[in-house]
Design a protein around this ligand. Structure first.
Ligand code: ADP
Ligand code: MG
Ligand code: MG
Length: 902
């Protein structure tokens, strides 16, 4: 046997040969069965067929050479160990054939129980069970049902229907009331269904049953629903599944038998305790299938104290061993406990933090590991407001939590109606079967989006996440009728204008308005909960892990903020400065008039007077921000967008002028504006007269801003605070641009600052690919670089950021051209390469060069890890993302093994 196996590729492993680290080869279920076996827990003996065998089968449509022989060898060994032969008429060994991929895909793939039963061995099984006919026939009908459905594609409803029919004939709804004769009759009915759909008799040969079931598990890897699920969860398509062949133990032998599931902690809240469900006299899936009402696991203590105590001991053992929350499947056969599955259990975001904190307390893991076990996406989820749910509110439907948050509002079915109602100040939920690019305005106007079709990468989901809007997608119980302006769900009709509430985290949909409560975690970050007074276990865990992350991280975290209020909030959230203060809002509102004067100026004097009027307004803005950020650096970006963005749109102006002319009014000013707008019109404004180009073309504009910054810094410093301004020039592509701006700025700074002690740095954004590629030259003139990864992505890919996400990204995601929008998470290979080049060459030219990033990517978990790897000094992100960036920067610093951040 050993000789043969070294010749053949090894496709089959005994449980004793595996362990929990072999998930790639043995799948999660198999690896953990092996681990439990080796721990000495009572696992029914069995063997595992590897994912490699599955991949070989899927590639060729045939079992690879050697597989059949290896299965025979392992089956014989199993038969010897159990003292029974598969399907033996007098004393049959029965097995389950269970799928199990590397990542758990709940309910996606197939399992067949009781393989080995046939018309003869069913009699033997009964005799071995002490003449328990009922049990034997119940097991047989289950085999035909599962085998028919999963191996031969017989519609499952047909079996369900026959079962219902048998119960009806008996005048009961409880399957336990069916006796041996009823079940024998049911087996006959099932066999007829089998013949009808497959054109053949139910296979009686045990080894044939086994082989067909194994093949079906292989094939279930490519079942439609599994493919869809993998795409949604971003599980690679080429992993394949392992197959576990496990000797059967029986929970359906009578009241002293049963089956259950257990969690070592509450996967919802993380609370310690015993959570699970138990069902007496039942097999396998009955617990989750809701066939009968389960009892809470605690009640097992009354039913079977010995098994209960043993189970608790095993659970403690597994937790100690895996050092994490485990979930477990078990079966009790006549008072003997068997462990059928375990894995590190899924959990909510809150539970992830709480459990990590508890495990540190228990000495099972250290704080580095705790930090590794949580992530920024979970933290972000905990920062959204939540619905205040009590029993009054029951969801009417559940879709996919496509974009987190909690939103309530009036139902609308069209984009136009959404815009209309929103303009009246209503909060609205846009409900569609699926959205398309025409719905964009409606999506912007809505509080949330609800669709009945599509997954996490549907148009609605992608666009909503991009906009930070709550979205539930694929709620397929909802029947949307757009022309009739209504949807129906669970027998109820919801009309336009009715109120619904959607939870973008859980995917649940509620009728009516569910009250919203603020996040405790945000309250803590805002400082309204003192660390010493935290009694909420979640907040305590967050505090502890965040403190550790702050201690470990090498990246500083700054914020993007344009106002004193934003700056103050971000500072409370832990921002260590401002990485991007945009100045364009300082040209809006009642200041537009000054901008118009600036644009229309015919002489130097007119222009200078407009600038002079803007100067004190700008200075006041900066004073407020510098004061809030006392002692911390503030990077101010000189004006970036094209100036005509501050003028009214062309069409509107044209109409105004025409109407006024009609009335014979004096339209000289409007005409001049109109002419200016026409003159300044650009086909590609994003690539037009903006950023540093504006500064070079409009004399005095940048000079005014530089003066306002310097004067504000001096004023704040004189008042006793510390201002640390950093002036950032946008859209630089060539060092000469920066040199020109810098020469003028330095003169003004020297003049304003005098002996006040204020120091002003001058640097540039790196957001044009040419700047990244000539970073060595640009660094000669820059004291810092800040990567503007939004524009850099836009220009590196040639994607118009404002158009493409809604227009076609869904298709790109569907095709797998990228797994996530490059505007959401940095494209490491392309845009990231530009960042690397610029960082390396910039530092080579000027070792003390400060490097940061101020695009949206600064708050994206994966991107933060990338910026850590590249060695930037800081990331800057919107105030709400600051805690997320702090956490992820900490994780990046403790993750030495290079494992991915998800
Ligand atoms: P899933 O991955 O969908 O949970 P499983 O392979 O775990 O599927 O099996 C389905 C059900 O059958 C589970 O409840 C499991 O505990 C039960 N089961 C699987 N194998 C056996 C066995 N050998 N003896 C008894 N019950 C089993
Ligand atoms: Mg299972
Ligand atoms: Mg930019």
């Amino acid at each position: 046997m050993a000789v043969q196996e070294t010749v053949d590729h090894k496709y089959v492993y005994d449980f004793a040969e595996g362990n929990k680290d072999l998930k790639d080869l043995l799948g999660g279920k198999g690896a953990n069965l092996a681990e439990m076996t080796n721990l000495g827990l009572p696992v029914p003996p069995g063997f595992i067929i590897t994912t490699e065998a599955c991949k070989a089968y899927l590639a060729t449509g045939e079992e690879p050479a050697g597989l059949a022989g290896q299965i025979a060898t392992h089956l014989e060994a199993l038969e010897r160990e159990m003292g029974r032969r598969l399907g033996d008429p007098d004393d049959p060994l029965l097995v389950s054939v269970r799928s199990g991929a590397k990542f758990s895909m709940p309910g996606m793939m197939e399992t067949v129980l009781n393989v080995g039963l046939n018309d003869r061995s069913v009699v033997g099984l009964s005799a071995q069970a002490g003449g328990n006919d009922r049990f034997a026939w119940d097991s047989y009908r289950r085999l035909i049902q599962m085998f028919g459905k999963t191996v031969c594609e017989v519609p499952g409803e047909e079996f369900e229907h026959a079962l219902d029919e048998a119960k009806r004939a008996k005048g009961t709804t409880n399957d336990l009331d069916l006796d041996a004769d009823d079940l024998r009759g049911l087996v006959d009915a099932y066999k007829r269904i089998f013949v009808k759909h497959t054109g053949r008799e139910f296979p009686q040969e045990p080894r044939e049953q086994l082989d067909l079931a194994i093949r079906a598990v292989f094939e279930s890897w490519n079942a439609e629903r599994a493919v869809v699920y993998r795409r949604q969860e971003r599980i690679p398509a080429d992993l394949g599944t392992a197959v576990n062949v496990v000797s059967m133990v029986f929970g359906n032998l009578g009241p002293d038998s049963g089956t259950g599931v257990a969690f070592t902690r509450d996967p919802g809240s993380g609370a310690q305790g015993i959570y699970g469900d138990y069902l007496a006299n039942a097999q396998g899936e009955d617990v989750v299938a809701g066939i009968r009402n389960t009892v809470p696991l605690q009640e097992l203590e009354q039913l079977d104290k010995k098994s209960y105590d043993e189970l608790l001991a095993f659970m403690a053992r597994l937790e100690g061993h895996y050092k994490d929350l485990c979930d477990i499947e078990f079966t009790i056969e006549r008072g003997k406990l068997w462990m059928l599955q375990t894995r590190v259990g899924k959990r909510t975001a809150a539970a992830a933090f709480v459990i990590a904190g508890q495990l540190v307390d228990e000495g099972l893991i250290d704080l580095d590991e705790a930090l590794h076990r949580v992530n920024g996406a979970q933290l972000a989820q905990l920062m959204f407001p939540r619905f205040r749910l009590d029993h009054e509110f029951q969801p009417v439907a559940k879709g996919i939590g496509a974009s987190p948050g909690a939103a309530s509002g009036k139902v609308v079915f069209t984009s136009a109606r959404a815009v209309e109602l929103a303009a009246e100040g209503e909060s609205v939920i846009l409900v569609r079967r699926e959205t398309n690019p025409d719905d964009l305005n409606g999506m912007i106007a809505s509080q949330g989006i609800l669709t009945s079709r599509g997954g996490k990468t549907s148009h609605a989901a992608v666009v909503a996440r991009g906009m930070g809007k709550t979205c539930v997608s694929g709620a397929d119980e909802i029947d949307v009728n757009v022309p009739a302006k209504r949807f129906t769900v669970a027998g109820q009709t919801v009309n336009e204008g009715d109120i619904v509430s959607i939870d973008g985290t859980t995917g649940k949909v509620y009728l009516g308005e569910v009250p919203v409560m603020p996040s405790e975690v945000v309250q803590y970050f805002e400082g309204s909960i003192e660390p010493e007074h935290i009694d909420n276990p979640l907040v305590r865990a967050v505090h502890r892990i965040m403190t550790h992350a702050d201690g470990k991280r090498r990246l500083a975290v700054r914020t993007n903020a344009d106002t004193g209020a934003d700056a103050a909030r971000a500072r409370r959230f832990g921002a260590q400065g401002i990485g991007l203060c945009r100045t364009e809002h300082m040209f809006l509102g009642d200041r537009r008039e000054l901008v118009e004067r600036l644009i229309l100026a015919r002489t130097d004097d007119e222009r200078d007077s407009a600038l002079a009027a803007l100067l004190p307004l700008q200075r006041d803005d900066f004073v407020e921000i510098f004061r809030e950020m006392d002692g911390l650096p503030v990077t101010v970006r000189l004006i970036d967008p094209p100036l005509h963005e501050f003028l009214p749109p062309l069409e509107q102006l044209a109409v105004n002028v025409a109407v006024a002319q009609e009335r014979g009014e004096d339209v000289a000013k409007e005409e001049a504006l109109l002419a200016a707008v026409r003159r300044m019109h650009e086909e590609n404004p994003m690539l037009g007269l903006r950023g540093v180009r504006l500064g070079l073309v409009i004399p005095g504009l940048f000079a005014m801003q530089v003066r306002a910054i310097a004067e504000a810094a001096v004023a704040v410093t004189r008042a006793g605070a510390v201002a640390k301004p950093e002036i950032m020039v946008p859209l630089v592509g060539a060092v000469q641009e920066l040199e020109t701006v810098r020469a003028e700025a330095e003169k003004i700074i020297a003049e304003v600052v005098g002996d006040s002690g204020v120091e002003v740095l001058i640097g540039t954004m790196i957001e044009v690919p040419r700047a990244a590629l000539t970073a060595g030259q640009i660094a000669e003139a820059a004291q810092f670089f800040s990567f503007g990864t939004n524009d850099l992505t836009q220009m590196a890919w040639g994607f118009s950021r404002d158009d493409v996400e809604g227009a076609f990204f869904w298709r790109y995601l569907e095709l797998g051209i990228f797994g996530i929008s490059p505007f959401e998470s940095i494209d490491r290979d392309g845009v990231g390469r530009l960042v690397r080049i610029a960082a390396e060459e910039g530092r080579a030219a000027r070792p003390e060069l400060k490097l940061g990033v101020c695009g949206e990517h600064g708050g994206d978990p994966d991107s933060v890890h990338f910026f850590h790897e590249v060695g930037l000094d800081y990331v800057s992100c919107s105030p709400f993302r600051v805690p997320v960036a702090r956490l992820e920067a900490g994780r990046a610093a403790v993750e030495t093994d290079g494992s991915d951040s998800r």
